[in-house]
Design a protein around this ligand. Structure first.
Ligand code: SF4
Length: 702
């Protein structure tokens, strides 16, 4: 029988960084259904299949409903929260006593509320004495963070989603927006200016098919291509000399450097006819409002930071920044990657501060009323450094929160060996069945989106509120409550005694942000976030005109041409391209590309595999995309069973013959648990982000 709701409340979606608003239809205090919000400035009444299925994925049989502790028989069995917390503290404190505080680390996530990340980071580093903790945002956004910090002086994506509709030229580099961010793509489709859409991607992706220009470059030549485009713009005097002179530093050196990237060498350097490159350069020159967008094709590269900065350089040199429809715009991945970037206490000290800066440490200590000596004076190891630390035996205890490294970390065999070296592994997750949770010594059952409240920060810097609309199953607790329990049992609860609710922590976040580019002191409370349909940072207290004040719905950065470096100017940064450390060879002649395979799946499928609706929208059989030429050469037919082998492992897949990949390339979706058996562990030198999209493989018939 149909259930008639008796009320509705709003929330933001908990999957991707788009941050769509949802209406939760309630009956007797519980959500019974949902629909996209029509008045949310993000999604304007739209949602992708994942958003529509947000409630369904909560009802899975493999939800963790009680703490699970590994017994002498090696099996996980239910225990009380009291036993779980005592064991958690005894084991981690014992490891710290024997091997030093740094021997216990945490791996966090872009999936939990900002207030939870803030609490976790403060608890782990200021309360439990840990130095090393990183997030799974290292796998998706670290490159953009470093690129923005170096170029702009702060991690500051400048755009607002209205820019999708206001550009007359949109350039997508390494972004299959149509699949990865389908509602953002819908915003592009609403653009009334008949825009030119340029896609730079080795694959003929769904976005490339819809583009007016597709540059199917050779993989890992994006940096050379972007330098070529810059050089041709300069040679033709198609640059904004006023903007460069007034708002940037370093252009003359950049101009000199890129002079060697000649248009006529495009075929040799990037596999692209020079006429095709010239058409794109002309489109950028002729555009009045050109926006540049990038995501994982750039970020997950061995030279991602410099590639992102090459995109930033193009926006600056053509004056396409700080105006409607422009910008050098990194699109984030997870619902709260942006929260993690600024408020997780991993890469930055809370609020975008610096652990190595004594003034920043004092400010945070005073703001939170904690001893300044509790704040580490150095940065954490990055994710790969933590994994290496485990391999060396320096790290012996690991607390993993809402992420799944046994599936998602690059070079899976090595990752599994690494995790097995730990003396004690704690996994805090909604599901006890993840590839990482089944390896844990202790599983802490966590509530998921919809079962707790807090905020997410989306790609356009909009802070949105998500609410508790259904109860968590069994004894599962909100991550926030788990952190409160840990602080109590650990013996450091007095440091955080004022943080009784997520909104208490939100107020602390506000104070930590004061005076920073991400200042949110003007957001009064959760109610204001709800009423305003999300608020973008910055929103400062001194903007407020009174108790009823509401900030503008769209905020763009750098409209005044002022950047966050001390001199107010942005930097041109460049470096010669380098080949990746693994290239196709005689033994492994094909280049493996990986990426999002479908709009109906999310990351390691932890949640999305639980929805029958979503499962019907993608192939549950692992398909490898092979070009018609390679299929003919290897005598492969559609759906043939093959083994895909790299120097690190072997997997079984079925053949999908498609013109979307070039000869010599194959493509696998990242969602499948097998794909990372093949990937090659190389990292961007500056961001330490893994380069998932390049490995040498071969295909053999079994
Ligand atoms: Fe949720 Fe992203 Fe889909 Fe919007 S596009 S409904 S935020 S998963």
């Amino acid at each position: 029988a149909s259930i008639k709701p008796d009320g509705t409340t709003t929330s933001v979606c908990g999957f991707c960084s788009t941050g769509c608003g949802l209406e939760l239809h309630m009956k007797d205090g519980k959500a019974v259904n949902l629909s996209p919000s029509v008045d949310w400035p993000v999604n304007l009444g739209m949602a992708c299949p994942k958003g529509w299925e947000s409630l369904t994925v909560l009802k899975a049989n493999d939800r963790a409903t009680a703490p699970l502790l590994k017994g002498a028989d090696g099996k996980l069995a239910p225990v009380s929260w009291d036993d779980a917390m005592k064991t958690f503290c005894e084991r981690f404190q014992d490891i710290q006593a024997k091997h030093g505080n740094d021997s216990v680390a945490f791996l966090s996530t872009g999936q939990i509320a900002t207030e939870e990340m803030f609490f976790l980071g403060a608890l782990a580093k200021f309360g439990m004495g840990m130095l090393h903790g990183d997030g799974n945002t290292r796998q998706c956004m670290a490159t953009a963070v470093v690129a923005y910090k170096e170029s702009f002086g702060f991690d500051a994506p400048p755009f607002t989603y209205a820019d999708f509709e206001e550009s007359d030229v949109l350039v997508f580099v390494g972004s299959n927006l149509c699949i990865a961010h389908p509602i953002m793509w819908e915003r592009v489709l609403r653009n009334p200016h008949q825009p030119k859409i340029i896609v730079i991607d080795p694959r003929r992706t769904e976005t490339a098919v819809a583009a007016t220009h597709h540059l199917p470059l050779k993989p890992k030549t994006d940096l050379a291509l972007l330098y070529t485009i810059a050089n041709v713009l300069i040679e033709n005097d198609w640059i904004d000399t006023n903007y460069i002179a007034n708002h940037t530093v370093g252009f003359d050196d950049f101009r000199q450097y890129v002079a060697e990237y000649r248009l006529e060498d495009s075929l040799e350097n990037c596999g692209l006819p020079s006429a095709d490159v010239m058409e794109v350069v002309k489109a950028i020159h002729e555009g009045q409002r050109v926006s540049f967008w990038w995501t994982m094709g750039v970020n997950q590269s061995h030279q991602g930071v410099r590639t992102a900065q090459a995109i930033i350089n193009l926006a600056m040199m053509t004056g396409n920044i700080g105006r409607p429809g422009t910008g050098a715009n990194s699109v984030t991945g997870q619902c709260n990657a942006m929260g993690s970037r600024l408020f997780s206490n991993t890469t930055n000290l809370l609020g975008g501060h610096d652990f190595r800066n004594a003034d920043h440490r004092q400010k945070i200590a005073d703001t939170l009323n904690i001893p300044v000596g509790n704040i580490p004076t150095e940065n954490s190891w990055s994710y790969d450094g933590i994994m290496e630390g485990i391999r060396r035996g320096d790290i012996r205890g690991l607390w993993v929160i809402a992420t799944n490294p046994a599936h998602s970390w690059i070079h899976q065999k090595e990752a599994h060996e690494t995790l097995s070296k730990l003396d004690f592994l704690v996994v805090q997750d909604m599901y006890h069945s993840t590839e990482t949770a089944v390896r844990a010594d202790l599983v802490l059952p966590a509530a998921g989106w919809g079962e707790k409240e807090g905020t997410f920060i989306n790609s356009e810097r909009r802070i949105g509120l998500h609410k508790k609309v259904v109860p968590a199953p069994g004894q599962a607790l909100a991550d926030f409550q788990i952190f409160r329990l840990v602080s109590h049992y650990w013996g450091c609860g007095s440091l955080f005694e004022n943080w009784k609710t997520p909104e208490d922590v939100f107020q602390a976040m506000k104070q930590c942000s004061q005076g920073q580019p991400c200042d949110i002191t003007g957001i009064r409370d959760y109610r204001m976030l709800d009423d305003a349909r999300g608020v973008q940072w910055p929103t400062r207290q001194d903007e407020s005109t009174g108790d009823d004040w509401m900030p503008a719905q769209q905020r763009r950065l750098f409209e005044d041409g002022q950047y966050f470096h001390a001199d107010g100017k942005a930097r041109f940064i460049f470096e010669p391209p380098q080949a990746p450390n693994e290239e196709p060879s005689e033994d492994f002649p094909l280049r493996l590309l990986t990426g999002r395979g479908t709009a109906a799946q999310w990351h390691t499928q932890t949640k999305t595999s639980k929805s029958a609706v979503l499962r019907t929208l993608y192939s549950t059989t692992l398909l490898i995309d092979v070009s018609p030429d390679d299929a003919a050469a290897l005598q492969l037919l559609p759906h043939d069973k093959v083994l895909v082998q790299s120097a690190r492992g072997e997997i079984e897949a079925r053949v999908n013959i498609t013109g979307s990949v070039q000869s010599g390339h194959v493509f696998l979706p990242m969602h499948n648990e097998l794909t990372n058996r093949l990937t090659f562990p190389q990292f961007d030198s500056y961001s330490r982000q893994p380069s998932y999209k390049n490995a040498a493989v071969r295909i053999v018939k079994p």
